[in-house]
Design a protein around this ligand. Structure first.
Ligand code: 3HC
Length: 334
């Protein structure tokens, strides 16, 4: 059965009889699990949705460096500093793979940066919360990277080839990130009472924002229906949130930490935990630019962009000066 969304129709789905021959051919490739590659025909809505999601994902990786970068100079040991530095560098690399994947859809990197800096493009809500102490770096690695991986493992099977291949590389590194966060939490939970209390406090503050990372509940998700019909998304927001809770509860128990949710309980019938939804009003405030650190994050990104102008100009001038070199070299070689 074909299921494709009418462009701009939000949750509506186009049936096979309303599709053009090109659309039918495209949908049958998707349904057969084939990857779509950059030069193939694709519906305009598919291209736009991918640009939106991949670029927002790239922005999340780049903005996500800020809360952790904040602790590089204050890491408690040289080893922790080296590990955190490597992790933050990985995030920059993830951003670059993802920007490259989005560029194959016909948008330039400058346009994407412009969309971020002007507030048109979103980035993950989670990075608008502050990292107040070292335990927060553990909680970010364990919960935030843990939530990110839950989504990203599924995205390895996304229908667009360049995005899928970028996710395969990213997932390898993200699982190391999650482990390093858990390792920090383990050290703190086995430390002094004060250290354990810091770990619990970090968990209390990051639990709800981590649940929000999966997006609004399915009933309020604008894009899920079309993205799932096109296999851009493999799971719904609520499915992934449930998986994350089910995976994280035993880890919290192992650490001896309490999840700050009085309603958390095992539901035998569904084979998963029941849990309280995060505060959706807070979520919509944060994604509308009104979270605790939105202004600070945007200021840091736009300042970095402005301060890097001389470097970009230098690269462009160099490229222009040497533009003919390769062609001339080619002629000589022939
Ligand atoms: N933060 C910010 N905005 C969010 C959001 C979140 N946690 N969840 C949803 N939204 C936005 C959507 O972008 C959309 O707004 P838009 O129309 O202006 O783009 C709106 O809320 C409605 O939500 P939908 O459920 O309809 O949106 P999607 O179908 O796009 O689902 C998503 C949201 C699950 C986040 C999906 O976009 C996705 O899977 N994206 C790829 C993964 C990603 O971006 N991860 C970022 C996490 S951080 C990370 O990976 C870095 C790592 O180093 C920790």
């Amino acid at each position: 059965m074909y299921a494709q969304v009418v462009e701009g129709s939000g949750k509506g789905v186009k049936s096979a009889k309303d599709m053009s021959p090109e659309e039918l051919d495209f949908q049958s490739k998707i349904d057969a699990g084939q990857k779509i590659e950059p030069k193939e025909w694709m519906p305009e809505g598919y291209r736009k949705t991918l640009i939106r999601q991949i670029s927002q994902h790239a922005h999340s990786e780049v903005v996500g460096q800020l809360p952790e970068g904040n602790w590089i100079t204050r890491a408690p040991t040289l080893e922790r500093k080296a590990i955190l530095l490597a992790k933050v560098q990985d995030e920059a690399g993830h951003g670059l793979y993802l920007y490259s994947a989005a560029e194959t859809l016909g948008i330039s990197r400058d346009e994407m940066y412009d969309q971020l800096h002007s507030g048109k493009a979103k980035y993950s809500s989670i990075f608008n919360y502050p990292t107040l102490n070292w335990a927060d770096i553990g909680a970010v690695g364990w919960l935030v990277d843990g939530a990110a991986i839950m989504n990203q493992v599924a995205l390895q099977r996304t229908s667009y080839g360049p995005y899928s291949r970028a996710m395969i590389r990213i997932c390898k590194e993200e699982s190391f990130h999650q482990r390093q966060g858990f390792d920090i939490m383990m050290k703190m939970c086995r430390g002094t009472d004060a250290q354990k209390a810091m770990a619990q406090d970090a968990m209390n503050r990051f639990w709800w924002p981590a649940l929000m990372m999966f997006g609004p509940s399915d009933k309020d998700s604008v894009h899920s229906a079309e993205s799932m019909a096109w296999k851009i998304k493999i799971n719904t927001n609520d499915e992934l949130r449930q998986k994350f809770v089910d995976q994280t509860v035993p880890q919290a128990e192992y650490l001896g930490l309490t999840i700050p949710d009085e309603n958390l309980s095992w539901n035998e019938e569904k084979g998963g935990y029941d849990f309280t939804d995060p505060d959706w009003d807070e979520f919509f405030q944060v994604i509308s630019g009104n979270g605790p650190c939105n202004a600070e994050r945007m200021r840091a990104r736009t300042e970095a962009w402005d301060q890097g102008a001389w470097f970009r100009d230098g690269l462009s001038a160099y490229a222009e000066k040497h533009a003919g070199d390769n062609a001339n070299q080619g002629v000589k070689d022939v």
